[in-house]
Every structure is written in structure tokens, then in C-alpha cells.
Design a protein around this ligand. Structure first.
Ligand code: HPA
Length: 278
């Protein structure tokens, strides 16, 4: 368990990954639960399984393959993370966000984060995509913050601004790509909780009043660390289920993974459209 990483420790992990690369990735893409197959679209793929990277956190969750795929997508050099780790698995916030720190040390300026999320907004249905316009950092707001500990001054300030956590020009690119590819793209606020239990109906009504449109158990710490280090972020949620505001339906991880099969083709064409324009 690592509470904090020094720059030297991050650089050691980055050096291992760099030694596997033959390209300089310009965009990193983190694929959420059930969305990993998007990496199959990468051309000239080179694969690094997470266990071959000393110190890299390894997911214990079904639906997260656990490897880095580098190569070309729409002519852009990309680094795709097939699977992430979550706070609920027992990892510290520093471990959850280590991949983002490593990207920063690899000089990758742009990050596309994806996740599977429950719809709180009643207009959203399973299989829809949502552009994340802002986030509610519920898991981290009250204490377990990914930037707690010694500040890495070389990467960013002690008190980083979060007024535009999700990059506005990138969001516009995603809207344009959605229109061009005739993909329905909702927009909204993603609420990040610690998990692993799904929400009670009362939790969900609370989140709705607080302004959340979708809810999940990831992404928020990664985006905070990304912004701290100056990485530009585009966020896309794949809606996997309707959040159960009335208490009459049951939410399961199987449902989340099943929605991924519908979401992957849409997400892939949206991200391809984004990369063409980025
Ligand atoms: N709640 C929390 N996390 C989730 C959900 C949900 O309904 N669906 C996918 N991830």
C-alpha cells in the first residue's frame, strides 16, 4: 500500500513503460468496465500486460483486462489502458491515480477517460453515451483526496484550480464528432462515489438533488490528478443501467458488463471521430 509517490518512484514506472514503446503517445485513453474491447481497434498494437510493470496497480474486477495497448488510432499515437483500479478494491488514492502520473511523466498531454455509469437523469437509457461536463467528487471531497500528502511541485500547485476539470474545446470536439457520426451524446455531471455497493434509492435522490446526471465509482480521482498536472481531459460515460431511484429494480455488475457490449461500438466511433479532430 502506497499512500504517496515521489517523483522518482513515478519515473521508475514510466521508464519501464517507455522501454516497451516504439512510439510517443499523444493521447492516453482509460477504458472503464466492459469497455476494454475498444482497444481492439488500435493498429500496430504493442501490448504490455500490467503484471510486467513493477509497481503498476492491477485490477481485481471482472471486465478489466489489465494491459496497456499502444499503437495508432485514426493516425494518432495512443496509449490505451484496458482496465483501471478503484478505491473500493483496497488501493489508495495514490495507487488509483498512479497511471495518470505516469502519463504525465511520459509527456502525454491529453487524456480521454471513460467509465460505465448509472443514469440518474431520467432522460438517459442503458446503452447511451454521456459527455462529462463536470464532476461531483463525493468520495474525495470529505477526506480521501488523491492529492493529499506532499505536493509534487514539479507537476502542479498545492491548491490546483478545478473550474474547468473537463476541457471545453475537447468537449466541443466530442459534440461535433457525435453529430458527424450520428451518435446520441447526452451531457451531464458525473458523481464519483467510493463504492463498491450500488446506491440506495435515498442515495440516488440525494445525488439527483445535488445535480448529478450519472453515478459511478471511478474517474473523479484520475481527473483531479490529471488537472493538477496540466493534462487536458475529455470524459465520456457509457450509461450501463438506470439508477434505481424508486427501489423497484436491482442493479448488478453483470448488467454493467452487458451494456458494455452495446456501448463499445458507439464509444469506438465517437473516440475515433474525436481523435480525427484533436
Ligand atoms: N452506480 C454506481 N456505479 C455504477 C453504476 C451505478 O448504478 N453503474 C455502473 N457503475
Amino acid at each position: 500500500m502506497k499512500e504517496f509517490y515521489s517523483l522518482e518512484e513515478i519515473d521508475r514506472v514510466a521508464a519501464v513503460i517507455r522501454s516497451h514503446f516504439t512510439i510517443n503517445p499523444q493521447v492516453a485513453i482509460i477504458l472503464g468496465s466492459g469497455l476494454g474491447e475498444m482497444a481492439d481497434s488500435v493498429r500496430d498494437a504493442q501490448v504490455i500486460p500490467y503484471p510486467e510493470i513493477p509497481g503498476w496497480p492491477i485490477s481485481t474486477v471482472p471486465g478489466h483486462q489489465g494491459r496497456i495497448v499502444t499503437g495508432k488510432l485514426e493516425g494518432r499515437n495512443v496509449m490505451v489502458l484496458q482496465g483501471r483500479v478503484h478505491y473500493y478494491e483496497g488501493y489508495t488514492m495514490a495507487e488509483v491515480t498512479l497511471p495518470v502520473r505516469v502519463m504525465q511523466r511520459l509527456n502525454i498531454p491529453s487524456l480521454i477517460v471513460t467509465n460505465a455509469a448509472g443514469a440518474i437523469n431520467p432522460a438517459f437509457s442503458p446503452g447511451d453515451l454521456m459527455l462529462i461536463t463536470d464532476q461531483l467528487n463525493l468520495a474525495t471531497m470529505a477526506g480521501v483526496h488523491p492529492l493529499r500528502g506532499p505536493n509534487l511541485d514539479d507537476l502542479g500547485p498545492r491548491f490546483p484550480d478545478m473550474s474547468q476539470a473537463y476541457d471545453r474545446p475537447y468537449s466541443q470536439i466530442a459534440r461535433d464528432a457525435a453529430v458527424e457520426n450520428q451518435i446520441l451524446l447526452h451531457e451531464g455531471v458525473y458523481a464519483g462515489l467510493a463504492g463498491p455497493s450500488f446506491e440506495t434509492p435515498a442515495d440516488l435522490r440525494f445525488l439527483r438533488i445535488a445535480g448529478a446526471d450519472a453515478v459511478g465509482m471511478s474517474t473523479v480521482p484520475e481527473v483531479i490528478v490529471a488537472r493538477h498536472g496540466g493534462t487536458r481531459v475529455l470524459g465520456i460515460s457509457g450509461i450501463s443501467n438506470k439508477a434505481n431511484l424508486d427501489g423497484n429494480t436491482v442493479t448488478s455488475h453483470e448488467e454493467v458488463l452487458a451494456a458494455g457490449r452495446v456501448l463499445v461500438p458507439k464509444l469506438t466511433s465517437l473516440i475515433r471521430g474525436v481523435l480525427r479532430r484533436m
